[in-house]
Design a protein around this ligand. Sequence first.
Ligand code: ATP
Length: 353
Amino acid sequence: MKIVVLPGDGIGPETMAATMEVLQAASARYDLGLAFEHDVAGHASLQRHGATVTPALLEKVRAADGLMLGPMATYDFKDEAKGEINPSKFFRKELDLYANIRPARTWTGLPHKVGAFDLVVVRENTEGFYADRNIASGGSEMLITRDVVVSLRRITRECSARIARSAFELAMTRGKHVSIVHKANVLKLGDGMFIDECRRVAQQFPEVNVDDFIVDAMMAHVVRAPQRFDVIVTTNMFGDILSDLTAELSGSLGLGGSLNAGLDHAMGQAAHGSAPDIAGQDIANPFSLILSAGQLLAWHGVRRERPAFVAAAQAIEQAAAAAIAAGEATRDVGGRLGTAATGRAFAQRLAQR
Ligand code: ATP
């Protein structure tokens, strides 16, 4: 499996270095034969190539079996004409990574304010309110006059149906329960269509229980009783917001792993941003990126029918649980180690399994 590695901005280089130690240990222990191609995206690429991402990099990623993308300073990248392209958007759009899979669970040894839970947010990743990716060319946010902006939201049957399918397929491997999150009381056409498509796909999965929640009420339900949820499927922006909440409820935003998956490509990427406030201090939690790497291995293993990859992914999840319980983690989750030492201890734990 050839993986392109792009460390990114802010806490990206340090969390990616820790993740690489873990992937190397997993490769050795489970005989995965992982090969890494290191390159740059974000500010480092802007300095070197005049653009945050380049066509040559995209070709390299297309030819590989997976991508690990570090956190990006998305907020800094404002003008595409100056090469300031949002790398997350770029890969999600160019590789059609339509399913953003964001698991959140509580961990033994880590206090949780809302009781134990284990859920997955399945977020549509290619349309919705995201103005930089929901039309073929240009952006769908317009300055109508100096004082008026219009932002368009795109919802299609095709994208709704395919994200619903991802959610139901995932639910079949878990608790067989899908919750649809929407705002169909106000966005009657767009979210009405989204619910219709989810319900249509649900008919092909009669074993799966289905319910639906309006997004604002959903925030209260998730805070009050997250254990009632298994798989949550929703549109792009709602999923983005909801999954930060579920990651934080699980103990820390630094535990928020995520996979961006399409039919032919996948990208592991932490759910959080570049956290410039803590960059370079050796305190950032690398678990989000490590868990994302585990998700990437699992995706590859299922797709290529390679059980060793699935076993390695399970081992990463179990090692994360054991490391948190042992305090071999960063301070935000009650641990006693820095970022680099957390990665080293994790790699040793995997090697000894
Ligand atoms: P960006 O502009 O790139 O989105 P941000 O700081 O606005 O960055 P996040 O990176 O999502 O947004 O961070 C939100 C908060 O969560 C910050 O206070 C940050 O320190 C904290 N945080 C995010 N990721 C981690 C992590 N891996 N470990 C510890 N704390 C984190």
